[in-house]
Design a protein around this ligand. Structure first.
Ligand code: DGJ
Length: 571
């Protein structure tokens, strides 16, 4: 009987593990965080996006993918080119897709395919020649003056049919070859959709719809979600009178931003249909990416009507099947942009960011501060291949940290830090404990702090594991711990040297008042590794000069490491 039961148990376990193995990538919620579950575990995408032409030859794919593995990426974003997939109408060639999947498997990478279909950076440059030539069947958008643009019209059913047919074939192909292994984990639908030159299309059909009544679906949405609308949309709507019936201009006012809202509705409706068609054959997570409305540009100067934060309600209402709107970050103001896209109704994924040395700490910041799904510098194959390059060091440590970060996401105990020369300090408070976090170069001991060098950004993740136990990980940061009593008492701070003694004499006479209360001391600072199961592995104790004789925990600007800090309280 016992033997029978164990056989039964074993076969049940075996079947269960097979079922578990074949789980498709999907989303799960943990507290306030949305997690991407891959092979049954929440994963952070330590990713990079290939340059636009880097997946158009099998030789390039074979050359690049092993480098990505050596760099420590776990995911690569790869263009799927419509013109090369369907060079002749109805004849499909998936050899580049197959090559990418084969190489990804060989190099332990996951893939996100980017459907460069009807639109890429607004334009229709990746549409096949048979589509481009037949502009009567596949019409273009027009400017106000009637000039045709190389932007296929989202109002054309023929455009949609041709684009979606190829997209569905791609999804079918991926389903056929990948529904067991799940190398492909997500799909980006089109690329940086948006209108250029004008904020909307002025073709006949577009004009007709622009002068028609707002779709009922949108008026119902506005009423139902009034309290949670994006503040920009809410204000615009209210300033125009808050009407729920009328044409686009009657409801939102007469300006180019209304043109943009109108256009966003139709782009999003198009994408919704694409996703529905694609998901009928294979149910993968899907998202859209946006070029930013930055540098004081107006709609049409930037790709108008794309999946931008201020248009999130329009996109959500017209395209509820989209999993997230993702920002492509090439401009200054990284923390502001990321905050705009981490919303209560939008998890943060950064599919593109300019490849630069500061990306290493920025990756730490978004995972710590915003429970990001992933981080992906653009043209990743151009990364210098030195094991000290910040992004490579950063991904190495983030990979280690993944079991811990995913355990603490969405629970209010994790924060991200990012500092530069202008933003040097942030104070984090949990209960009675205050963490005074600063850029490493606020310590004047490194010549680069004061010799006019541009400071590399410093940043990291802080995790409060318990009341008196913290993990500090990243690069270029220093953290002091103070009780709330100490902050209230405003203890006088003197400039100390590296040894912890007053740097210059004669400043000792500052009168300080101590009204009582407790102080926080550092019990220990250990540099640690994280094991695959999330347990901590001691490397070395950092004490004496390395923690300023118990005054702080720090990580220099040229290294990435993980510190385990224990605190205690004294009176
Ligand atoms: C954003 C686009 O999405 C990318 O495909 C690429 O064109 C980069 N800009 C910059 O070159």
């Amino acid at each position: 009987m016992k033997i029978f039961l164990s056989i039964l148990c074993l076969s049940w376990l075996f079947t269960a593990s097979l079922v578990a193995q074949s789980q498709i990538p999907h989303w799960e919620q943990q507290g306030t965080a949305t997690q991407l579950i891959i092979n049954n575990e929440p994963k952070l995408l330590l990713a990079g996006e290939l340059g636009n032409s880097s997946a158009s030859s099998p030789q390039d794919i074979e050359r690049i993918f092993p480098k990505l593995q050596r760099m420590g990426l776990n995911t690569v974003l790869v263009p799927a080119y419509w013109d090369l997939i369907e060079p002749q109408e109805g004849k499909f060639n998936f050899s580049l897709i197959d090559k990418a999947i084969e190489q990804a498997r060989k190099n332990e990478l996951k893939i996100i395919f980017l459907w460069f279909g009807a639109w890429k950076n607004s334009m229709s440059c990746y549409a096949p020649m048979w589509f481009k030539n037949n502009y009567k069947k596949y019409p273009r958008t027009r400017t106000e003056t009637g000039k045709p643009l190389e932007i296929a019209s989202p109002f054309s059913e023929n455009v949609f049919q041709a684009d979606s047919k190829a997209f569905v074939k791609l999804m079918q192909h991926i389903a056929q070859i990948d529904s067991t292994e799940h190398t492909v984990i997500m799909i980006q639908v089109e690329n940086e959709i948006g209108m250029l030159e004008n904020a909307r299309d002025y073709s006949e059909e577009a004009n007709r719809l622009f002068n028609s009544k707002l779709p009922d679906k949108l008026t119902t949405y506005l009423q139902k979600n009034k309290k949670q609308l994006h503040p920009w949309l809410y204000d615009k709507w209210q300033q125009a009178g808050g009407k729920i019936k009328g044409t686009w201009q009657e409801v939102f006012g007469k300006d180019i931003y209304t043109d943009e809202i109108f256009m966003a509705w139709y782009y999003a409706s198009y994408v919704e249909r694409m996703i529905q068609c694609g998901r009928k054959v294979y149910k993968l997570p899907m998202y859209v990416n946006a070029a930013m409305n930055s540098r004081g540009r107006k709609p049409g100067e930037y790709p108008a009507a794309g999946p931008l934060a201020h248009l999130i309600d329009i996109w959500h209402c017209a395209a509820p099947s989209i999993d997230l709107l993702a920002p492509d970050l090439y401009d200054k103001g990284f923390t502001d942009w990321t905050a705009q896209y981490k919303l209560h109704n939008n998890p943060l994924f950064i599919p593109e960011i300019r490849l630069e040395a500061n990306d290493g700490v920025r990756a730490f910041y978004v995972f710590g501060e915003h429970d990001a799904i992933g981080f992906s510098p653009f043209s990743i194959e151009d990364t210098p291949e030195s094991s000290n390059y910040p992004l490579i060091q950063s991904y190495r440590k983030l990979k280690e940290l993944m079991p811990i970060i995913t355990r603490y996401q969405g629970k209010g105990v994790m924060k991200g830090l990012l500092f530069d020369q202008n933003n040097k300090e942030r104070i984090l408070t949990w209960g009675e404990t205050n963490l005074i976090c600063r850029h490493f170069f606020t310590l004047p001991w490194d010549a680069r702090a004061t010799d006019g060098s541009i400071w590399p950004e410093g940043g990291g993740i802080i995790i409060r594991m318990s009341e008196d136990e913290y993990l500090i990980a990243g690069s270029g940061i220093v953290v002091e711990f103070k009780s709330s009593d100490e902050i209230d008492n405003k203890v006088e701070k003197k400039q100390l040297g590296e040894d912890g003694f007053v740097a210059t004499g004669g400043t000792q006479n500052v009168k300080e008042k101590w009204n009582g209360g407790s102080r926080i001391g550092i019990g220990s600072v250990d540099e640690v590794n994280i094991n695959a199961d999330g347990t901590l592995q001691y490397i070395r104790r950092l004490n004496g000069d390395q923690d300023h004789q118990g005054r702080h925990a720090r990580i220099g600007v040229d290294e990435f490491s993980i510190l385990h800090v224990r605190l205690y309280t004294y009176k």
